[in-house]
Write a protein that binds this ligand. Sequence first.
Ligand code: ADP
Ligand code: MG
Length: 228
Amino acid sequence: YYEEIKQAERLKTAGQLAAAVAHEIRNPLTVVKGFLQLYEQEATIDGQKTTNYSLLIDELDAAEQVISQFLTLSKPSKNPTVELVEVKESLQSVSELLYSYGLQRGIKIDLIAENNHLIKINRIEFKQLLVNLIKNAIEASKDDDIILVSLNRVRDSVEIKIIDQGQGMSKEEIESLGTPFYSLKSKGTGLGMMICFNIVAKYKGEINFQSFKGQGTSVTISFPVVKS
Ligand code: ADP
Ligand code: MG
């Protein structure tokens, strides 16, 4: 139990530090990006681009993404209101949110949720968790794949499964999940799973992965159900 508290304290301190650093870095980045965009507009002679600024802007965007993820990691922990959240509604809203992200490659999200269930959690953090997991499923998928998202009550838990038919993970890859900056993507931040693990632990939930290289991944998250 003592170890648990120490770990929670460490995460809190890390979060506060991250927020402070992220803020300090974000401002100058925004200034540099603004000027680059300006130069990009000016650097055309007779409609021909003379210098390629878009590569630089892309890199700044990548840095910006890492910082945004860091900020969301630390922000909600400051004042998280724990509320009764209807899981089915959250799943619906996140599925809608990510619909267009998948659609670019013909990937569909199939939500199977018969009954609604209540859990005690901060609504924003719960959505953050779902967005990160479903986004990963989309990014691992092949064109025109279907991602299955299901909601069930299993004994005293609410169980959500996110199943993709994408590239899958090896045992070693699964074990690396949640390590800060672990990413196999060229434009990944490697922070998404760390955020997920933190949120799950904070609300006494569980997260499990079943995956086979080349066949797909099934992520199961569960939280204690609140009986209505
Ligand atoms: P990012 O998405 O920025 O790479 P994450 O922490 O969200 O960072 O994920 C870390 C890594 O875990 C990913 O780069 C990917 O290699 C692997 N991963 C996560 N989810 C899946 C999935 N559904 N299928 C295959 N690999 C996954
Ligand atoms: Mg991710």
